[in-house]
Design a protein. Structure first.
Lengths: 146, 146
């Protein structure tokens, strides 16, 4: 992680470069795993996206979340358009080695492309999905500012 | 959800039966979506599993988490062996309609088949995945008690 990695002894950095820890991850048939971004402050789950090996490696090295966009079929440095980067505090792997969770600080306070804090703004109520959270910023403004 | 559904007017229950809300979910090519189970009390993310349409329908109707086991290829009523059911307080869907998050109460306090509270017990430290949480109960005991 940024800063953290730089402060480590050279031996540790060599371990990161070796990528053994990346081999431990059970990538699916598309070479991906789901990655949860959780607010390190209050525990709110902000979004789920996908990572390939390169995205996870870059996330660890840069200390800023990098995902794999399945629709655009390319690496997606979260915040590259909106400026709303995700500063990564911790990376964990689950018991099956096939799901990642990041503890993050969400720069700008908005993780969702709809302009809401979290992507999980639809709640099941009375057999319908109800939108229960406000748009904090117009997406047009969010993606036009850089 | 158990109790909640019963207390609703008949019209609402009919909406649930109709399954329109299930049609809104973007099931993947295998008919599945990832589902996050988050502790409704303190926000700890306990596990991620998969749901098909029937699993999500049953989760909403029964108020107890039901997943689809990809390895066993069958519905998996969480806690059916261990007794550690997940009482569901809330169901949300993300902006792309392809990830579910459940707010749950984890009966027995153990969500992971390894006997740990959460499945996310491996933390990336110095280029290695370190196990950073204790086993609370021997899995042999966990799965032998019913």
């Amino acid at each position: 992680m940024a800063g953290i990695a730089d402060a480590r002894p050279a031996a540790c950095r060599l371990i990161i470069v070796s990528g053994d820890w990346l081999d431990a991850v059970k990538w699916d048939s598309d070479g991906l795993v789901p990655a949860i971004a959780q607010d390190a402050g209050d525990g709110r789950v902000l979004m789920v996206a996908w990572m390939n090996r390169e995205a996870l490696r870059l996330t660890a090295e840069e200390g800023s979340a990098v995902y794999w966009s399945r629709s655009r079929r390319k690496l997606w440095h979260k915040g590259e358009e909106s400026g709303n980067r995700q500063s990564v505090k911790e990376i964990r792997l689950d018991c099956d080695n096939d799901v990642i969770i990041l503890q993050i600080e969400q720069i700008g306070g908005i993780a969702c492309h709809t302009g809401r804090r979290s992507c999980f703004f639809q709640r099941l109520e009375g057999g319908e999905w109800k939108t229960v959270e406000p748009v904090l910023k117009d997406p047009a403004e969010l993606y036009g500012k850089r």
